[in-house]
Design a protein. Sequence first.
Length: 445
Amino acid sequence: MRQPLVLALLSAVALAWVVVAAAAADDAEPPDRLHLHDGRTFEGQILGEDDRYVRFNAIIDGVGVRLTVDREDIREIDRTTPGPATPSPSRDEPAPDAAAPPEMDLRPRDDAEVVHGEGPAYAVLPIRGDIGLTVQAGAVLDALAIVHVAEPELVILPVSSDGGMVQELDALLALIAQWRRETGIPLVALIEDRAYSAAAILAAACDELYMTPGAVIGSAMAMEIDEDERQWRAVDEKFASAYRARSRAAAEQAGRDGRLIEAMIDPEVALAYSVGDDGPRIHRLHGADEEAGSLGDREMLVASGRLLTLTAHEAVRVGLAEAVVDDLAALLARHGLDGGHDAAPRARQVLEQRHEEVTRSMQRYEQLTDEILEHVGRLEQHVGGGEQVSRRQYLNNLNRLQRSLEQVDRLAQRYPWIATRVEHEYEVPPSEIAEQTRDAIQRMR
């Protein structure tokens, strides 16, 4: 997280109020008081509140400064005047449509562009980057609807991903299951270099799984940001249990041993394996079974306290992957498609264009955040540094700050992953800080 960005933003807006001056304080109603756990007390007026935040107009050195304070930081509220309440959903309730999967209409599209060439047909849909960011279920759905028209013999998904959002993974798993039911066309994952976390689950849910010689798969524990410590932590057991079950079921539907997937998610799962006449067998270990002398003819795969991550050859040895192949061409040759053609290049373009669009948006987000910090620095220098500037110059900087905040907010509304970044970097919605900036601009005028 950037050095407390929200504090710098709110400080900059507060400086605008300082420039205006504080004549209005004399007419204020008797103050409400917020007593925080860190010992600070703010006097002013409650402007609105919900189950998570209290919006407060604090009077600091005679100047009104609007704050948004998390209820977890508040020890006590002294209410001397009723504050208008703004109802909002409970923090335990999902936002409307937050986890809704895309509408899965896999019917062939009339306007789909397909290629009729020599030899057997196949399709290639790259899964590269973060799931929920550059890989989105809606784009994959659009691509598969095009592929459906081409009716290829198989669909290859080259995978290179560190994982991503569980909600988006759920939508993708549902899409894979529906594709399997409605078309019967095999989905074949090819891990090019890595498939961690959600990407590992996605690859294991495909009908066939191949890996290049240096590729790895695994390490799929679900994580979240600890709001207090500002660091990653494992999700609570209620969520984790459901995530394990969904992931295990997705792998089993593809004919794989779900315990391998569970060991990628849960560090308490210890596994060994053995090789019989019918292929590899996976064994769950309990307590003393983990001791070397108790394994018998079994080999330790992963001990408790660790997450399972497999190399390409290890994945083949334990039955998770079909084989190790050098590249896409080798995979096509293995399936007798080396003389065939990509029948749905437009489907590949859909995913590549989405990847480029989101990558540009993330770059724009980083640029905007840097601009915001620059605007804040100038505002602080104008006032705190004693730099002599005109009222017009100060207003111009405030206007630039407001526009940058509004652009960040628009990006957050469009892209869930950016919204998550915004939530953890800004703490207060950029739209709310932009509104405070507008108020400061109006006061200055």
